[in-house]
Design a protein around this ligand. Structure first.
Ligand SMILES: O=CC(=O)O
Length: 327
């Protein structure tokens, strides 16, 4: 009888998915049973000889990790839709499958994006700080005035599942225009969402009041928004990023927010993560930072974990992954 496939899981999963993984009798499970990330040295040691690795976006799966796993590794399954922490050329070269968790987190991510936009436009960070003090003062017409969303030109960078789900929700705010910046044309979404593609970044930025970043982090998008491209933002524009921190140069963003080149920013993702408490962006009243909670609802995290379990099981048993990346 051939030995059971070995699966390494680098974290404790949400309760239902954890139970499912533990009760899977066809596999031999090695798991880092903690809510904190598996230390790198531990990962490199425990991944040796496994058939499948179920990982999170905090685990760097590079050539070193794949080498440490050895020739039996068939599948890497990440509990995330983004996979910039996985070195895809190495996986492709060694014929290792990559599973991700699309769709199940689209609603949660789009809802968080809208929440962050509203909070940024209406200055929640300053308002919450003042509400806790004795400087609240009497109601006055100029107090904490923010920006209306209705009637604004909206622009989405990246027009995949999450970008389109954000666009669908933004329509309820009656934008003046809804544009997107993406390497590929999306004719169906253009028709159903009334969106227009502008593929020249300076033109896209200079005609947009509210810029929302939802694209993947790739070699093409790393540092896409920097001191050069930020010059094209409209005065008083709002920038929201719920994709990956590396798409924005944070030092350049600080300068742009201080000089007024950009009016306000809401970031659910930063570079690095965790974002240092001492970073000057935290000191700005017009920069609201969240600790990467886009998909953080319990239902969503259960669905993501469940899909990741399905992906890793399919991979080790040589079946088609329910949700994979074409490498
Ligand atoms: O950021 C979260 C994800 O990629 O799922």
């Amino acid at each position: 009888m051939s030995p059971k496939p070995r699966i390494l899981c680098t974290r404790l999963l949400t309760p239902l998915a954890q139970r499912r993984l533990e009760s899977e009798t066809r596999i031999s499970l090695v798991q880092w049973r903690s809510e904190a990330p598996m230390p790198r040295a531990e990962l490199l040691s425990q991944i040796q000889g496994v058939d499948g690795a179920l990982v999170l976006l905090t685990d760097k799966i590079d050539a070193e990790a794949v080498d440490a796993a050895g020739p039996g590794l068939k599948v890497v399954s990440t509990v995330s839709v983004g996979y910039d922490h996985v070195h895809t050329p190495t996986l492709a070269q060694r014929n290792i499958k990559l599973g991700i968790t699309p769709d199940v987190l689209t609603d949660a991510s789009a809802e968080l994006t809208l929440g962050l936009l509203l909070a940024t436009a209406r200055r929640f960070k300053e308002a919450m700080a003042i509400a806790k003090t004795d400087n609240w003062g009497a109601w006055n017409p100029f107090f904490l005035t923010g920006s209306l969303i209705r009637g604004k030109s909206m622009g989405i960078i990246g027009f995949g599942r999450i970008g389109q789900a954000v666009a669908e929700r933004l329509r309820a705010f009656h934008p003046s225009t809804l544009n997107y910046y993406s390497p590929s044309q999306k004719p169906d979404a253009e028709r159903s969402l009334g969106a227009t593609r502008i593929q020249d970044l300076p033109s896209f930025l200079s005609t947009t009041d509210i810029v929302i970043v939802t694209c993947k982090l790739t070699n093409d998008t790393r540092g896409l928004l920097n001191s050069e491209t930020m010059k094209h933002f409209k005065k008083d524009s709002i920038l929201i990023n719920t994709a990956r921190g590396g798409i924005i140069n944070h030092d350049d963003l600080y300068s742009a927010l201080v000089s007024g080149t950009i009016g306000a920013a809401g970031l659910d993702v930063t570079d690095p993560e965790p974002f240092p408490a001492a970073h000057p962006l935290h000191t700005l009243p017009n920069c609201l930072i969240l600790p990467h909670i886009g998909s953080a609802t319990m239902e969503t995290r259960e669905a993501m974990s469940d899909l990741a379990v399905s992906n890793v099981l399919a991979g080790v048993f040589g079946e088609e992954l329910p949700a994979s990346v074409k490498l």
